[in-house]
Design a protein around this ligand. Structure first.
Ligand SMILES: O=C(O)[C@@H](CO)OP(=O)(O)O
Length: 211
């Protein structure tokens, strides 16, 4: 019997609000980010799920989101595993720069390619493929076996570390992943088949405003 995998991107962080490239830097959630995480948790509580285990990254914005979601579903003491394999894409030399300033300096098109392409890394940082090269093995060894054995698993992580997972789960091409943007605090509920492909996907909220 296969289980359920819930992916949720952390709520708005202080650097999301300031429009800065964040990557492996470690800002906390804003008040809005806390509210987004609570809303995601409430959606999961209304959905009626009880998790067997949670995974999050080594960064505080994802860890706090994980805690807030677990609190909302009444499982604040659930075992949670933190691993830097789930960290945001390393933005290299862009980390800490303002995204609009970067567009002025390098052009809209180049910045979009760095942010959303599959295989073009930002200077000194990771492409989505590089991010996947650490997310996918961790998923295969630590997360997927639990889901396939019937557990309900929460993963609270980041825009790009989760894009690399969604790319595989949703079987997106390099071209399609350019347009994949995940909203903060909106849970994606995947039911997997025994062969690890997706039986169903439900999005508990609005992804349309994601950018
Ligand atoms: O700055 C970052 O680390 C990420 C996520 O907020 O930004 P982007 O959406 O540009 O990939």
């Amino acid at each position: 019997m296969s289980g359920t995998l819930v992916l949720v991107r952390h709520g708005q962080s202080d650097w999301n609000l300031k429009n800065l490239f964040t990557g492996w830097r470690d800002p906390d959630l804003t008040e809005l980010g806390v509210e987004e995480a609570k809303a995601g948790g409430k959606a999961l509580a209304d959905y009626g799920i009880k998790f067997d285990i949670a995974f999050t990254s080594a960064l505080v914005r994802a860890q706090r989101t994980c805690e807030i979601v677990l609190d909302a579903v009444g499982q604040s003491s659930l075992k949670t595993i933190r691993d830097q394999a789930l960290n945001e894409r390393d933005y290299g030399e862009l980390s800490g720069l303002n995204k609009d300033d970067a567009r002025k300096k390098w052009g809209e098109e180049q910045v979009h390619i760095w942010r959303r392409s599959y295989d073009v890394p930002p200077p000194g940082g990771e492409s989505l493929r590089d991010t996947g090269a650490r997310v996918w093995p961790y998923y295969l060894t630590d997360i997927l076996p639990r889901v396939l054995s019937g557990e309900k698993v929460l993963v609270a992580a980041h825009g790009n570390s989760l894009r690399s997972l969604v790319m595989v789960l949703d079987r997106l091409t390099k071209e399609q992943v350019l347009n994949l943007n995940l909203a903060t605090g909106v849970p994606m509920v995947y039911k997997l088949k025994a062969d690890s492909t997706v039986a169903s996907k439900e999005v508990l909220g609005d992804m349309s405003g994601a950018h």
